[in-house]
Write a protein that binds this ligand. Structure first.
Ligand SMILES: [Fe+2]
Length: 467
């Protein structure tokens, strides 16, 4: 009888544990720390509300029968009275351009089995660019599902990965629950389904830090909760230590937790250097620049890092990725609207464009081929300026910038109607009423860009040839 009671209680306990254990974020891939093409590693992250889950990550090449066990580290964070456990598995010493199969197992069974491809060294490959996605919308998921099926070598997300709850205002941008609900979960579902993509578990995504990630720098003023993107991501950290103009009002204990969550290396805290970085894929050198308000584009250390990072690279193509565009027809129009309608609606966009434009002489001097940006929720491609192509791909799922605007006198106007009246002559192939993303086909010294909308319809194509 006693044995029966013990058996029933144990069974109930196991059931209770299964019922109570929660995987908050299912395993997703993040690039490794190696910026050059000498070594390759990949990290897998997942977030739970339970500490002791006997987690195990195994990986092998597609055609191998022997698996390797990844080393796993774990960090605990308390946010809003809840305890979270962030697991990180390190898949090291990987081959290039190779398919790997991996499984993440816990005491409750397999929580992910998936295949991904490592970075290529080839001069011909495909990558995808998209941005401003994270509002948990249908187009965001449609686009992610299309990207999933492309067999692209890597993805560049141009920032604004997660948005605050509609109506809650910018103050909550980047909050942990927003990053989870609107940023990661829609494109990293537990399993593939009609309303979820599993993109992040299949394709390596390099993230550019947009204003929503850092909450326009105010994240440091609003506590640990508003800086989640910093500790839920991984990528090379080879940028400079430059002063950041953010109001750091984190309490000392939160600051210590934040430092620990983001991590540190021999040169100090990673978060200080995380938002400017560079990496190589195939014959392309990518330089990620933090275009946010907290970074001074005229800082001399920053400028010399950008100059050296780009000019020291021997890659065929030099591509810059940043969130805020230095040239945007939409913002030009906003400037007109500002004077015509005395509206301050676009003041921050106008200011952002001006700040990004201060990097332009550097791009021209260093021989940058393409600058990819987002921030304006539209696809915009302008005529090349002094040999540099400027392409904005910010229609990745968040509300499109075609809204009606009320000016200070209460007059309602449509910026898009204004655009139509003016002919938008400087703009090529734009579709302000469509969600879209960019496929970049690299064929040695030729790059072919294709812009597809969320239904898979080609809306623009463009060829760039390296002389
Ligand atoms: Fe933005």
């Amino acid at each position: 009888m006693n044995k029966f009671v013990i058996f029933v209680s144990s069974a109930l306990l196991v059931l209770f544990r299964i019922a109570s254990a929660k995987v908050i974020l299912y395993p997703y891939l993040m690039p490794g720390i190696h910026s050059g093409l000498d070594k390759e590693s990949v990290s897998i992250f997942w977030l739970t509300d339970e500490d002791d889950i006997d987690a195990k990550t195994e990986f092998r090449t597609d055609d191998s029968k022997t698996s390797t066990l990844a080393s796993i580290s774990k960090k605990n964070v308390q946010i809003d009275g809840k305890s979270y456990y962030l697991f990180q598995a390190l898949l090291d010493n990987l081959g290039f351009d190779e398919n790997y199969y991996y499984t993440v197992t816990t005491r409750y069974g397999i929580i992910r089995q998936q295949t991904f491809r490592t970075r290529t060294k080839s001069n011909s490959f495909k990558f995808v660019v998209w941005g401003c996605s994270g509002e948990d919308t249908r187009p965001q998921i449609q686009i992610a599902k299309q990207i999933e099926s492309l067999n692209a070598n890597c993805i560049i997300h141009l920032g604004d990965f997660s948005y605050p709850k509609i109506g809650s205002g910018d103050a909550n941008g980047g909050k942990l629950e927003d990053v989870i609900k609107r940023g990661i979960k829609p494109i990293d579902g537990e399993v593939e389904s009609d309303n979820r993509s599993v993109l992040l578990s299949k394709c390596l995504t390099y993230l550019v830090y947009g204003n929503k990630e850092v909450n326009d720098g105010r994240g440091f003023n609003q506590g640990l909760n508003s800086l989640a993107t910093f500790w839920l991501t991984n990528h090379p950290v080879n940028g400079p230590l430059v002063p950041k103009n953010y109001p750091n009002k984190l309490s000392q204990s939160d600051y210590t937790i934040f430092q620990n969550l983001v991590g540190r290396d021999k040169d100090g805290d990673l978060f200080e250097r995380k938002t400017n970085y560079s990496f190589d894929v195939g014959n392309i050198h990518f330089t990620v620049i933090d275009g946010n308000v907290w970074q001074n584009p005229d800082d001399s250390n920053l400028r010399s890092w950008i100059r050296q990072d780009i000019t020291n690279s021997r890659a065929t193509w030099k591509i810059v990725v940043m969130h805020q565009p230095p040239f945007s027809p939409f913002i030009s129009l906003a400037k007109d609207a500002k004077s015509i309608f005395s509206t301050s609606t676009f003041d921050s966009l106008i200011e952002d464009e001006g700040r990004s434009r201060r990097y332009v002489p550097l791009f021209e001097e260093c021989g940058v081929d393409i600058v990819f940006t987002a921030h304006v929720h539209a696809y915009e491609r302008v005529q090349p300026i002094k040999g540099v192509e400027y392409i904005s791909s910010g229609a990745g799922g968040a509300h499109l910038h075609m809204n009606l605007i009320t000016d200070q006198k209460g007059r309602v106007f449509s910026l898009m109607a204004e655009a139509a009246l003016r002919g938008m002559r400087s703009l090529i192939g734009s579709n302000y009423n469509r969600y879209s993303y960019t496929i970049v086909n690299v064929i040695d010294r030729v790059i072919e860009l294709e812009q597809y909308d969320s239904s898979g319809v080609l809306i623009d194509s463009h060829r760039i040839e390296k002389k």
